[in-house]
Design a protein around this ligand. Sequence first.
Ligand code: FAD
Ligand code: NAI
Length: 498
Amino acid sequence: RTAVKVVNRTFWLSMLAGIGSFYYVTQKDRTPGPQLPHDPDKKTIVVLGSGWGATSFLNHLDTADYNVVVISPRNYFLFTPLLPSVAVGTLSPRSILQPTRYVTRHKTRAVEVIEAEAQSVDPVNKTVSFVDNSDIQGSVSSTTIPYDYLVYAVGAETQTFGIPGVTEHACFMKELNDAEKVWPSFREFLLTDHRLESAAFPGQSEAEIERLLHMVVVGGGPTGVELSGELHDFLEEDLKSWYPELAGKIKITLVEALPSVLPMFSKRLIDYTMSTFKESKIDILTQTMVKEVKERSVILAMPDKSIVDMPCGMVVWAAGNRGRKTNKRGITIDEYMEMKGSNGSIFAIGDCTSSAHAPTAQVAQQQGSYLARAFAQRVKRDRLVDQVADLERSAAMSLHEDDRKKALEEAEGAKRQLAKFKIRPFSYSHQGTLAYIGSDKAIADLPFLNGSFASGGLLTYYFWRSAYISTLFSLRNRTLVATDWLRTKVFGRDVSRE
Ligand code: FAD
Ligand code: NAI
C-alpha cells in the first residue's frame, strides 16, 4: 500500500510539475521583455525573406551587435515539410506557421519587421527598395532604406518550364496559399456540384465519371510523392466511410519524367515506395513527361514517344524549383555565403543560391546559422581593427616615449591577433533524408556510422513524426501539430463544403 501511495504521489507531482513548466514556458514566450533600441553606431543588416534560411539566421544572430531589418512579403515562417498534410486537411494551416515577430521580439535588440517585397538593390549606394503589395495600403507603399550588410534569403519559385496550361489549370504545392487552394479545390473536386454531383448525375457516362474523379500529381520528387501519399490517406481514412459509392472510383496518378521517383533516396527505398504505392493503388508513370495541362486533361509524352491525352479532374504541379525572376539560376556565392563581387557586403543563403547543395530546408537552416555565427566573428574582427587604429592613433599622439612604445607594442599584439583571425568556411553536415509515403509509412536515408542506413515502414513513420515535431521552431507549433494529429486520428478530416 505504501508503495502504491508513493507511486501515486510521484505521478501526480510529476504531472503538476509538467503542467507548471509548460505554463511557465508558454507564458514566458508570450510576454517578451523590453529590447534595446536600434543604435546608429552599429552596422545594419537587412534580411530579405522569412523562410528557413532567414529564420535560422535570425534565431542564431546576436542582435546586441547589429541593427537588423527583415523585409518579406509574408510576415511568418512556413514549415514546408508539413505542407502536404495541410493540403488534405490533416493539419490546420495555422499550426505550421510561426509569425516572424515571435522570433524577433525575443532578441536582445529590437528587429524591424517590414511586410513588403524587395524590388531592387543598389550595391554601389548600398540601398534596398521595396513595395507594400498588400490589399490595404497607407499613403506610402514603396520606399528605399540603406544597409551595411544585405542577406538574400528569398527562396525559389515553382518551376513550370513554360509548359502551356500549368499556371491556368494546375494547383501548386509551394506556399501556404497553394495548400489552402488545394484543400478547397480538393473538396470542390470531390464534393461540389461540379464534380461529385456531376459524377452522380443520372446518365453520366462512365468515362466522364472516371475523368472527374482522376487526380494527377506531376513530379515524382519528395513533394509529389508525399502529396500522393497524403491524398491516398484521405481517401482511405475518410472518404471511404462518407462516400462509399465513390471512393472506389477515385484514382491518383503520379507522373515523373525520369526513370524513377525520389532519385535522392537509395534503390531499396525507391522500390519500397513503388511497392507501397502499388498496394495503395496509386499509379506511377515514370519516363513520362507532361507536355501540356488542359482544363479537362493532361497531354503526356510516353516512354515509347507516343503522345497521350489523359483525362483528369484535377492536376497538382510539383515539378521542382527555379530561381526568382531576378536570377533564374540562383545567386553565385562563395564558401562564406558571400555573393561573388559584392566586396563583403552582400550574402545569400538557401534556395535562392546556386551552390553544390540541394535546395532543401536542411541546407538553408545550416547556412542561416552559419552566417549568424560568421557575423559574430565579424564583430570581433571589426573590434580588433578599431583597437589597432585607436592604439596607433594614441601612439602617434603620445608625449612620452614610454607611452608611445607601450601603445605600439599593444597595437602589434592586436595586429598579430588580427592576422590569425579566420572566419571558417561553411561546411554542410547531412542529417539524412525523410519522406512520408502514405498508409502510415515513411522512408529514411540516414548517415549512420559513416555509412548509410536506409529504413522504411511504421517505425520510420513514428521517427518521421518525432523528427518533424522536434524540428518545429516553437513549443506553440509543436503543441498545435500534435493536437491536429490527435484530432485527425480521433475525428477524421472534415469533409464538409464551406
Ligand atoms: P523559403 O523558405 O522558400 O523562404 C523564402 C522567403 O523569401 C519567404 O519568406 C518569401 O516570402 C520571401 N520572399 C520571396 N520573395 C521576396 C522578395 N522579393 N523580397 C523579400 N522576401 C521575399 N526540405 C527539406 O529539407 N526537408 C523537407 O521535408 C522538405 N519538405 C518540403 C515540402 C514542400 C511541400 C516544399 C515546397 C519544400 C520542402 N522542402 C523540404 C524544401 C524547403 O522548403 C526549401 O528548401 C526551403 O524552404 C528553402 O529555404 P529558403 O529560406 O531558401 O526559402
Ligand atoms: P524535385 O525537383 O525534387 O522533383 C521534381 C520532379 O518533377 C523531378 O523528378 C522532375 O523530373 C519531375 N518533372 C519536372 N517536369 C516534369 C514534367 N513536365 N513531367 C513530369 N515530371 C516532371 O522537386 P520537389 O519534390 O518539389 O523538391 C524540391 C526540393 O525540396 C528538393 O531539393 C527536395 O529534396 C526538397 N524536398 C525535400 C523533402 C523531404 O526531404 N522530405 C520534401 C519535399 C521537398
